[in-house]
Ligand binder design. Structure first.
Ligand code: TRP
Ligand code: ZN
Length: 465
């Protein structure tokens, strides 16, 4: 499933393989090695659009080996004789078939994360096809330009698996673009006593000869970076929120006591955001608290955010707000990070206000009091500057202040219905910063250009808006 962003075509020319873009309509092309994101040029691929991933994985949490079979259903978006998937080279591919027929493949050392597939026959434009990739190896953590780690992070009893912004090819072959959303089925086999947790809902748990297979189904569209198969020893609590949404909450016993008081609020938080942002976009909610403090952050893994250590209430509400903003409405390019983080952080402030703790305006005032040279203002939310600064604090705090300032300017009676309309309009899709500013102007019928210039674009503390 792919949301097309026409403006990206020019970017792709600058950074991607040119062959796919230059081929005439009748000539079978090589699908581009990247999806055109300037921050991560090799991320994602051209030539096709994925509809679903079916991942059968066996993870030996003691020996650390992963064996996988990925079945990927996709549609060719152009005539292609060769296309790429993203898969890190710590994993070795043993076979690839396309539509049941053996395909040739390569994992070229000079192309880092590219698995190059050449089917026996050219794929024609619009043709549905199924790729089956068998692979194995010891998955690795990926280090990002900002120094943070992600991908497959081994823990004492399993692995903490997070993919933002480029960790998913550490464990499955994919079209690792945030614009190519797909549905997922996971079958994860782990030693008995270990729990395997993936996105969506648990379908079955099947023990066999010292191993257990956990089958999970994620039926709503999901970006690759939001997928997880976290494993380890976990205690699990399930139920349904008062509003009727099933939840699954898992904690590593080592951090269980420190997590429970906040996790008890997950059902109420989810229901609160339904009232604030509109119908819940997924079939379940939840949380997974693991013991992986070296990671240093939480991630809004779809349907059940993942915490590396016991989270505070602001973090849990932030991650749950991401289900609407980040997971359902996803950034188009990594430079559009404000579309994810500004909204999630504002959601956390709203939960705080709703529960009689600090109000969103108090958060605004606290940050607004900072000097013009503070970290809170730089980089401006609409231009994070590059992959090394894409998670800068300003994306979060100045980003949320932007929404609080807009709330004050428009009034709650316009602002919150507008947020609900924004989610409804972009549900399961992608958005750029400009998509939101354009939407707000159209929705309100007001010229908000000076406001957004001051809050999102100016390389300075906003002083008038
Ligand atoms: N998106 C996460 C959140 O704020 C944070 C995150 C994910 C992150 N990956 C990261 C932060 C890498 C720093 C580095 O909910
Ligand atoms: Zn966030």
């Amino acid at each position: 499933m792919r949301a097309t962003v026409t403006r990206l075509a020019g970017v792709a020319l600058a950074v991607g393989s040119l062959t796919g873009l230059m081929a005439g309509p009748a000539v079978a092309a090589t699908g581009a090695t990247g999806a055109g994101d300037p921050y991560f040029p090799l991320q994602g691929n051209g030539g096709y659009d994925v509809a679903s991933y079916d991942l059968s994985l066996r993870y030996d949490t003691v020996g650390r080996g992963l064996e996988g079979t990925a079945t990927i259903r996709a549609t060719a978006t152009e005539a292609v004789k060769t296309f790429d998937l993203d898969l890190r080279r710590a994993l070795t591919v043993s076979s690839v078939t396309v539509n049941g027929t053996t395909a040739s493949f390569a994992q070229p050392a000079n192309l880092g994360q590219e698995l190059v597939v050449t089917p026996g026959a050219t794929l024609t434009k619009g043709m549905a096809f199924t790729v089956v990739v068998r692979y194995a190896g010891r998955p690795e953590a990926v280090t990002d330009p900002d120094g943070s780690i992600e991908g497959w992070v081994e823990t004492s009893d399993g692995a903490f698996v997070v993919g933002e912004p480029q960790g998913s090819p550490a464990w499955f072959p994919c079209n690792d673009s945030p614009r190519d959303k797909a549905t997922y089925d996971f079958r994860v086999t782990v030693p008995s006593g270990v729990t395997a947790i993936a996105n969506g809902e648990l379908v079955s748990t099947t023990p066999a000869a010292g191993w257990t297979t956990f089958t999970w189904h994620n039926g709503e569209p999901m970006a690759t970076y939001l997928a997880t198969v976290t494993t380890g020893v976990f205690g699990v609590t399930t139920g349904t929120t008062p509003g009727g949404i099933p939840y699954y909450i898992a904690t590593d016993p080592k951090v269980d006591t420190a997590s429970q008081s906040v996790l008890r609020k997950v059902p109420a938080m989810t229901d609160y955001f339904v009232g604030l942002f509109g119908p819940y976009p997924f079939s379940s909610t939840g949380a997974v608290v693991d013991n992986a403090p070296e990671v240093g952050y939480a991630l809004e893994t779809q349907t059940k955010p993942l915490y590396d250590s016991p989270p505070d209430e602001l973090t849990v509400s932030h991650e749950l707000a991401h289900m609407w903003f980040g997971d359902s409405v996803t950034l188009s390019r990594w430079q559009d990070m404000w579309i994810n983080e500004g909204f999630a952080e504002f959601g956390g402030w709203m939960w705080s206000e709703h529960t009689g703790q600090k109000s969103a305006q108090s958060y605004f005032n606290q940050y607004y009091a900072k000097n013009a040279d503070s970290w809170v203002w730089k980089p401006p939310p609409a231009d994070p500057g590059g992959p090394a600064t894409m998670f800068a604090g300003s994306l979060y705090e100045r980003g949320a202040m932007t929404l609080q300032a807009l709330r004050v300017k428009l009034g709650d009676g316009t602002f919150f219905p507008m947020l609900r309309a924004w989610h409804a309009a972009k549900k399961y899709g992608n958005a750029t910063v400009e998509d939101f500013t354009g939407f707000a102007s159209t929705y309100t019928g007001r010229d908000l250009s000076a406001f957004f210039q001051a809050w999102l674009y100016a390389d300075a503390k906003p002083t008038s808006w």
